[in-house]
Ligand binder design. Structure first.
Ligand code: COA
Length: 373
């Protein structure tokens, strides 16, 4: 038995949800470029969960179901209110705890038939934007804002976060960002979710586990790390010495490189374009200019193209979102993909239990504790 480090290149399951072939990302066979330009995030949710696009009636029904379940349970509000009024609680830890708590308050949590699992899927997708927005407001001493029934997920998230109506361009940018992050084949958090529910554990456990995996800076946490880096760079002229010093110290530049894409992440160009538009609009084009300079240096020196997280940092910053909420926002979007994969796993389940190549000592003889040095 020989281990494959990081499971690189290992094909661990079949899936009909999304694919990455020749650096092209598709959801159920639709190119991400096409979907980003033309779809709403709700259409993507339907596509991922039903493996086909909805007609008008089906989309309207999904939106109705999501709106009906959008309120954040009082238990979660009270839980967030029990935190001290400062930033000591990292939002991803709060979100991970909140989703686990949501499972505890759902009387159907352990009902495992497809209908109950679909109802739980709706609840999770409907509530996660409000949970992130409520956390953000409560930690600032503000009251949570009720979502508007007539708004879609993108509009409602920005509205419940800031308490004011977002502009059409902000909604368009956020809708695109949600679509671009919705699914990504067998990424680390999706694999985590599938491993968890393949034991026939419940959907809340699968999502809680996935959030834990997304939190790390090699995965979803990279977008926040990119913003930290841009903030440290501060001005365009500092980019070159900053990045060169990082490279000399053999440190990774966050937002670059990818396990699967070798010639570039197809999602990055959409976020780059949005970053340009939004930073222009806010009069803070320095974030875009700095990002461009960092990209130039990293691609020429290391031949590493930017990934989805690199330009999403300046996009979210331009939308006025707190930097430590960037990864929870990734979770709001990826919830749709996690759920699609969990439902697919339940539908054709087999326990996921790989092997390890043993590298420890062999043939040891037990020494009683009194005789050990
Ligand atoms: N900056 C500098 N060097 C990088 C790099 C980065 N962002 N990403 C990869 N490399 C280098 C590694 O140092 C390594 O070089 P070496 O062979 O000389 O040691 C080589 O490229 C392979 O990297 P490795 O970490 O083994 O690749 P991986 O497939 O395991 O990891 C990522 C993929 C995404 C985790 C990795 O590229 C990374 O850490 N990127 C930064 C974090 C990030 O943006 N994550 C979000 C992913 S969407």
């Amino acid at each position: 038995m020989t281990a494959t480090r990081g499971l690189e290149g290992v094909v661990a399951t079949t899936s009909s949800v999304s694919s990455i072939i020749d650096d092209t990302l598709t959801y159920v066979g639709y190119d991400i470029d096409d979907l980003t330009e033309n779809a709403s995030f709700e259409e993507i949710i339907y596509l991922l969960w039903h493996l086909r696009l909805p007609n008008k009636t089906e989309l309207a029904e999904l939106k109705k179901q999501l709106a009906k379940e959008a309120a954040v349970p009082q238990e979660i509000i009270e839980h967030f209110k029990s935190y001290p009024l400062n930033n000591v609680h990292p939002p991803m830890a709060a979100l991970r705890t909140a989703i686990s708590l949501l499972g505890l308050t759902d009387s159907e949590a352990d009902v495992m038939n497809p209908e109950a699992n679909y109802r739980k899927a709706i609840r999770l997708q409907a509530k996660v934007p409000g949970i992130v927005a409520a956390f953000s407001r409560i930690r600032k001493g503000l009251d949570p804002v009720e979502p508007k029934e007539e708004y879609g997920i993108a509009e409602n998230f920005l509205y419940t976060l800031n308490g004011e109506d977002p502009s059409p361009i902000e909604v368009e940018a956020f809708n695109k960002a949600l679509i671009l992050h919705a699914d990504h084949e067998l990424n680390a958090s999706t694999f985590t979710a599938r491993v968890c529910v393949a034991t026939l554990s419940d959907i809340y456990s699968g999502i809680t586990a996935a959030i834990g995996a997304l939190k790390g800076p090699l995965h979803g946490g990279a977008n926040e790390a990119v913003m930290k880096m841009l903030t440290e760079i501060g001005e365009v002229e500092n980019a070159e010495p900053y990045i060169r010093s990082k490279m000399e110290k053999k440190e990774k530049v966050m937002g670059f490189g990818h396990r699967v894409y070798k010639h570039g992440d197809p999602r990055a160009k959409h976020l780059k374009e949005m970053s340009k538009r939004l930073t222009n609009l806010t009069g803070e084009s320095k974030w875009y200019d700095m990002s461009i300079r960092v990209e130039e240096i990293v691609t020429s020196e290391k031949k590493l193209p930017p990934n989805v997280d690199f330009y999403s940092a300046s996009v979210y910053h331009s939308l006025g979102i707190d930097h430590d909420l960037f990864t929870p926002i990734f979770a709001v979007s990826r919830m749709s993909g996690w759920i699609a994969h969990i439902l697919e796993q339940y539908d054709n389940n087999r326990l996921i239990r790989p092997r390890a190549e043993y590298t420890g000592p062999d043939k040891q003889t037990f020494v009683p504790i009194d005789e050990r040095a």
